[in-house]
Design a protein around this ligand. Structure first.
Ligand code: SF4
Ligand code: SF4
Ligand code: FES
Length: 524
């Protein structure tokens, strides 16, 4: 016996390994770099061992065992490359392929399909089927988000279990038997739960395709950049899949503390607005201008009021990063601005489901709060401006384009300087508008509703003349006689974490280069 009773030592293919009790053989083998073929097993789902693609030999056990279901035992001796288990997995793969339509050239999953990968890894042989394949329905509309190709389905049940476990709704089921067995919606159900698109991720083949993504881009043409969903305060970890300076889809990234393997459907659509109504150049009095001209114009207009800074207000944004907010909050402090507001979207109580979705649809309200507390600022929600603009408020520097409470009439009364990614909200009413990067275009951090500070990476460059929000603030500060000596988001982060006590031990994660998906393993 090993000394620690919560560990088990076994031998896999002649190599000894010690793993926590309860680990399955398949995961233990993975730790040794041996990726046993598998279809129905998913680490985030209950184990059903129904595809038999992961069979291995275990000494003293007369029959082959599914390694996904077999828990490790002390002294166990496992063989995954012996002739018996290798042949069993090869035959099982051939069986799975008997009626498969081999749609690879037109299949959305091609390039990230487990069946395709295993065929090349383990079989690579011509088909021995000389009779007509059993055909099943194609383009089956399962609901608002997903289309099913029944003959591509290999009946692994991952999607059924995903609906059961992630959404808590039994919306998918198998019907019929033998080679006429099909995946279908459960009686009286559509596949329409708020987490439905996770089934597309886990499907090991191209049976389930997302209406939003299908036929838009081949997987191997995309690059993946790790980031954090900006759809709500949960901050699910995601990958932005992008090409040609634009995002094509968002998929969840494993974070056991935040979202495990999942994200909600609404979050997946948050890449669409990245391209809408972008502010791509600076604007002064309604006309495009260079950065220099715009910054000088902003400084000149603010300068009149900064002589008595009680007339100046700033609006921070619960939709922008920690760095952008910290920079503007610090400038407000340096100016001695008389008014500090925080803007954000109103809560949506119906979203809160006790799973991932929460009522707060702002990604960074917690971060703004922490920054303001650390700097001794007491921001007021911009909703308060519904009651009227304070008599002595004359100029407003606004971060972001969502500012409830500030309608066009009120904005016209003020000298507004906007720092925004999109030309909407206060931006069309601003005297000077400065274009800044959106969340997917800049390296920065955001703080979820539990106070977890998470890193977003830039997937691609912002459009036109847009720059990082904190950088725009640095330029505005310099033009108004203040010095913010930062040249990289890491500098802002370092300053910020020295100011916000709860963040003092956080380290800046280095930038990562996008990973070409053609070099990544199969998903699902
Ligand atoms: S649709 Fe995909 S995930 Fe669902 S049972 Fe078929 S192969 Fe498995
Ligand atoms: S729960 Fe929130 S953070 Fe997570 S994917 Fe959905 S919108 Fe994004
Ligand atoms: S992965 Fe083990 S039986 Fe399917």
């Amino acid at each position: 016996m090993t000394e620690a009773t919560d560990k088990v030592t076994l031998t896999i293919d002649g190599q000894s390994i010690t793993v926590p009790k309860g680990t399955n053989v398949l995961e233990a083998a993975k730790l040794l770099g041996n990726d046993i073929s598998a279809f129905c097993y998913h680490p985030g789902l209950p184990i059903v061992a129904q595809c038999r693609q992961c069979l291995v030999s275990i000494e003293k056990n007369p029959k082959l065992q599914p390694s996904c279901q077999q828990v490790v035992g002390e002294g166990m001796v496992v063989h995954t490359t012996d002739p018996q288990s290798t042949l069993a997995r090869k035959q099982q793969l051939e069986f799975t392929l008997v009626n498969h339509p081999i749609d690879c050239p037109i299949c959305d999953k091609a390039g990230e399909c487990t069946l395709q990968k295993l065929y090349f890894d383990h079989d690579n042989a011509d088909s021995r089927v000389d009779t007509a394949k059993v055909h099943k329905a194609k383009v089956v509309d399962l609901g608002p988000t997903i289309v099913l190709d029944q003959e591509r389905c290999i009946l692994c049940s991952r999607c059924i279990r995903t609906c059961d476990v992630v959404a808590g709704q039994h919306q998918l089921e198998f019907a019929n038997r033998g080679d006429h067995e099909i995946l279908t919606t459960a009686p009286g159900e559509q596949l329409d739960n708020p987490y439905s698109l996770n089934t597309v991720d886990v499907c090991p083949v191209g049976a389930l395709t997302a209406k939003d993504f299908r036929f838009t881009m081949r997987a191997w043409e995309l690059e993946a950049t790790p980031s954090v969903c900006n759809g709500c305060a949960t901050g699910c970890n995601i990958e932005i899949h992008h090409k040609n300076e634009r995002a094509w889809r968002l998929v969840p990234r494993l974070n056991a503390e935040v979202n495990q393997y999942w994200m909600c459907d609404e979050g997946r659509t948050t890449y669409h607005p990245l391209r809408e109504e972008r502010l791509a150049s600076a604007i002064v009095d309604g006309l495009p201008a260079s950065w220099d001209k715009a910054i000088q114009a902003a400084a000149k207009r603010l300068g009149v009021f900064l002589k008595d800074a009680s007339q100046v207000g700033v609006v921070l944004s619960a939709l922008c990063s920690n760095e952008d907010n910290y920079a503007l909050a610090k400038l407000a402090k340096a100016w001695g601005a008389g008014h500090v507001y925080v803007a954000g979207k109103p809560p949506v109580p119906a979203r809160a489901d006790g799973k991932l979705r929460v009522a707060d649809v702002n990604p960074n309200a917690t971060g703004v709060k922490a920054i303001c507390e650390a700097l001794g600022l007491n921001p007021i929600a911009t909703y308060e401006l519904d009651r009227g603009v304070p008599a002595n408020l004359r100029a407003l520097v606004v971060l972001g384009d969502v500012v409830p409470g500030l309608d066009a009439t009120k904005l016209k009364e003020l000298e507004v300087i906007s720092l925004a990614a999109h030309e909407r909200g206060p931006v069309p009413h601003a005297r000077v508008a400065l274009p800044i990067a959106a969340w997917a275009e800049t390296g920065a951090t955001t703080t979820n509703h539990k106070g977890l500070v998470q890193r977003m990476h830039a997937a691609f460059a912002p459009p036109g003349a847009a720059i990082a929000g904190w950088d725009a603030v640095v330029r505005l500060a310099a033009a108004t006689g203040q010095k913010l000596a930062w040249t990289h988001p890491r500098d802002v982060f370092k300053d910020m974490t020295q100011t916000v006590v709860a963040w003092k031990d956080l380290a800046w994660q280095r930038d990562v280069r996008p990973l070409a998906l053609r070099f990544a393993g199969s998903r699902g």
